[in-house]
Design a protein around this ligand. Structure first.
Ligand code: BTN
Length: 148
């Protein structure tokens, strides 16, 4: 029988209790970001892959905004409570593509929040304009709750 000091026993119990109580951040659902853009993420499959849709509130073009598809994956260690993830939005109303990467956190109040960075690649006609074709930024998403 392995001998444990009372201190170690209490530490182990605290760690186990924390493991059981730690709220998990789940990507599936509806989210809104700091720009007012909305996205819906579907079920995350066994490989960590997911699809969804993105309704941006803003555009760098003069085109009429339309809902666009997204495809992504969360890190395979999905038993982790605050997973990292990435997804691509293939804009249906422009020639651009945006990639987002981030982490799904549970904040100190227990609220889920997605902290992301993105690269928006626009199409340019001339290779000489390549230098100005990519924008970078951050977005913070919080969960959109339907009438609760
Ligand atoms: C385009 O302008 O060509 C497509 C729309 C791009 C919208 C960008 S993606 C990064 C940022 N976050 C948003 O929610 N919308 C903008």
């Amino acid at each position: 029988m392995v001998k444990m000091t009372p201190f170690l026993l209490v530490l182990c119990l605290a760690l186990v209790a924390h493991g059981f109580s730690a709220k998990k951040c789940v990507l599936t659902g509806r989210w809104v970001n700091d720009l007012g853009s909305n996205m819906t993420i579907g079920t995350v499959n066994g490989q960590g892959e997911f699809t969804g849709s993105y309704h941006t509130a803003v555009t760098s073009t003069t085109n009429k905004i339309r809902v666009s598809p997204l495809q992504g994956s969360q890190h395979r260690t999905n038993q982790k409570s605050q997973p990292t993830f990435g997804f691509t939005v293939n804009w249906s109303f422009s020639d651009s593509v945006t990639v987002f990467t981030g982490q799904c956190f549970v904040d100190e109040t227990g609220k889920e929040v997605l902290k992301t960075m993105w690269l928006l690649r626009s199409r340019v006609d001339d290779i000489k304009d390549d230098w100005k074709a990519t924008m970078v930024g951050i977005n913070i998403f919080t969960r959109l709750h339907s009438q609760e």
